[in-house]
Design a protein around this ligand. Structure first.
Ligand code: SKM
Length: 273
């Protein structure tokens, strides 16, 4: 008897993760045999736990904070996307015992933006990103690939934004956090990639007076779904896209690889999560 495919998400903490709900919903929707669980893995146990999941016959795993960078050391193969972003979130264990690392966050970001704002034009003008952490790295890659002419980066700790400019090159312009609102005037796409506005975190306080009403605005925070940042942008007349879709879309490639079915991200999926 062949085992039903198993997958999961590793991280620390992991209790907040919506991935088990998402993959569980897709398994039921497509009437597939399979199991997807949340697995707490502490930092110094990463390699041992990943090899153990592989030995148990797992088809693959999603990887979230704080393991997305260190997982690259364990992988036998790292995709070009994951190399460029410098992190992986989707691991597949092959039948011949290899650990394949990929990153689907850039894909998830772009699929969400295109679904939520079908008229969005990447070439219309500069995109502005608040934040310079791991999510910003994936978003820079996604925007650059989509053909955005310039990426304006701002971060409370400026040196982190400068480091990303050095890595990702000429297309990135760094502006000071305290002067970020001035640069908003130029931006046709605006993204909050910080945790500001998330339930329990500090508020997003950058003034949005200069935000153009023609801009498309998105947030990676999805709890709450309508963040104060998105509400302020909507009040200015902007097209807004919430952050839940990024999580849903980034799960698609892994689910397809592990369970053999490409799942839909639609209103039913959003309602189920
Ligand atoms: O990249 C994703 C990851 O695949 C799963 C996840 C989660 O379950 O919260 C969040 C993101 O890091």
């Amino acid at each position: 008897m062949t085992q039903k495919p198993r997958a999961g998400v590793i991280g620390n903490p992991i209790g907040h993760s919506l991935s088990p709900k998402l993959h569980g919903y897709w398994l039921r929707r497509y009437r597939l045999e399979g199991e997807y669980t949340a697995i707490q893995v502490v930092e110094d146990q990463l390699e041992a736990r990943v090899r153990d999941l592989q030995a148990q016959g797992f088809a693959g795993i999603n990887v979230t904070i704080p393991h997305k960078v260190n997982i690259l050391q364990i992988a036998d193969h790292v995709s070009d996307r994951a190399t460029l972003i410098g992190a992986a979130n989707t691991i597949t264990f092959t039948d011949d015992g290899r650990i394949m690392a990929d990153n689907t966050d850039a894909y998830g970001f772009m699929a969400n933006l295109k679904q939520g704002a079908p008229a969005w034009d990447p070439k219309a003008g500069p995109a502005m990103i608040f934040g310079a952490g791991g999510a910003a790295r994936a978003i820079i890659v996604a925007l650059a690939e989509a053909g955005v002419p310039e990426i304006i980066l701002t971060n409370r700790t400026r040196s982190k934004a400068d480091a990303l400019k050095n890595e990702f090159g000429q297309r990135v312009r760094v502006v000071d956090w305290v002067q970020a609102d001035i640069a908003l005037e130029d931006a046709t796409t605006v993204i909050n990639s910080t945790s500001l506005g998330m339930k329990g975190a500090a508020d997003f306080k950058v003034p949005l007076d200069r935000l153009q009403s023609s801009a498309t605005v998105t947030d990676i925070v999805y709890n709450p779904l309508r963040t104060p940042f998105l509400n302020a942008a909507e009040a200015k007349g902007c097209t807004t896209v919430d952050g839940l879709g990024m999580l849903l879309h980034q799960g698609v490639p892994g689910f397809e690889r592990w369970f053999g079915q490409r799942p839909q991200v639609d209103e039913d999926t959003r309602r189920a999560i």
